[in-house]
Design a protein around this ligand. Structure first.
Ligand SMILES: [Fe+2]
Length: 366
């Protein structure tokens, strides 16, 4: 990408494709003290109050800078590097390539917690692994006084739900969800009935005295890519039909309509939702439902298959942070008579992890 001038106009040249940069685009990026607050990078003027027919009176281009004078009397000097940066629509996060994994994954991403952790480069590394694999496990995280809440709020901001700021996962009488029993939990994503669905779940192990109760994870990205390859018809219908996910409690009815596999604007993987205890397909014609049920059975078979699932034991102080839009999680059965199994959970959203990652990237000049 190169910046070029011709007849008092600014052009960008992208591999021989030369296009003019709108003068207004340059005008709303003027960067003197009067026009921008350097700390926040927020404008000190409102560009919607400017006349649209902004014109350039003078231009000067050097190796690293473009100087522009506008006919309204404003002059600014812009770094070429900053102009070029703006042509990338991919965020730092999108540039981190997802790594597909299955049951053969052996090297889990473990990071030891310390007091300054949230300000260290190690945290940047942990967040990068999180975006690559969809999960990361922190060890030696303090277990007293609901430290989980501090942890979540040190990355970003906790996402409060009707379950509260955080929830205790242990077997209890009259549970309103099977999570609060000692029964096994098949792979699922959390809260598909919310709009928006919480992006990230954090589970912190406080006590684990039982021999069972292993945590399980499945990479929904790997599974859906395999489905796309082996059973394209199934993949298609699961990306197409919106189904109703619902959660009904004494004081709330939560409902959201969404596909089991959601794609982004480029038809690439975006999100999976899977919770077969609370999904309801609309009354479609019989042949379509026939295909839908076959497809749902197949994806369920893959999600539950030993080929894709990893199993591991969380010990006190371990904190699992997982992408609830990408991974499925569950646990194996345990015997509550053997002792306590107590995890605490909460949610945060992508703005937390993205914000922290970008902040650390800037801090360490990465
Ligand atoms: Fe869950």
């Amino acid at each position: 990408m190169k910046i070029e001038l011709s007849e008092n106009k600014v052009f960008y040249n992208d591999n021989g494709q030369k296009k003019e940069i709108h003068p207004f685009w340059l005008r709303e990026r003027v960067n003197g003290d009067q026009y921008i607050d350097y700390k926040t990078q927020q404008r000190l003027f409102d560009p919607t109050q400017l006349k649209e027919n902004v014109e350039i009176s003078k231009l000067k281009l050097s190796e690293n800078f473009l100087e522009v004078s506008f006919k309204d009397g404003i002059t600014t000097k812009m770094a070429i590097e900053n102009i070029i940066k703006e042509f990338s629509t991919d965020s730092d996060i999108k540039l981190i390539k997802k790594i597909k994994w299955d049951s053969k994954l052996k090297n889990f991403n473990y990071f030891d917690f310390n007091e300054n952790f949230f300000e260290e480069k190690l945290m940047f590394d942990a967040l990068t692994k999180f975006y690559q694999y969809g999960f990361v496990i922190f060890r030696k995280v303090p277990t007293s006084n609901n430290f989980l809440v501090n942890f979540a709020n040190s990355i970003g901001s906790i996402r409060r739900t009707n379950f509260g700021e955080y929830f205790d996962v242990k077997s209890k009488p009259n549970p309103n969800d099977l999570a609060y029993t000692s029964l096994p939990l098949a792979p699922h994503t959390d809260n598909p009935y919310r709009n928006p669905v919480p992006c990230i779940q954090i589970l912190h192990c406080i006590e684990n005295e039982v021999s069972g109760g292993y945590s399980t994870l499945v990479d929904g990205y790997t599974v859906t890519e395999q489905l796309k390859n082996d059973f394209p018809e199934f993949y298609e219908i699961l990306t197409e039909i919106k189904i109703r996910f619902q959660f009904i409690d004494e004081s709330v009815v939560l409902e959201s309509w969404a596909e089991m596999i959601s794609l982004d604007e480029n038809n690439q993987f975006k999100q999976v939702r899977f919770s077969p205890r609370l999904d309801f397909v609309p009354l479609l014609e019989k042949s379509k439902l026939e295909l839908f049920y076959k497809a749902r059975n197949k994806i369920s078979e893959l999600y539950n298959s030993d080929d894709f699932r990893i199993e591991f034991k969380l010990t006190p102080g371990d904190l699992l942070m997982m992408d609830n839009h990408r991974l499925l999680h569950g646990r194996t059965v345990y015997d509550a008579n053997e002792g306590n199994r107590f995890l605490q959970g909460c949610y945060i959203d992508y703005d937390s992890t993205e914000g922290k990652l970008k902040y650390l990237k800037r801090k360490f000049n990465l």
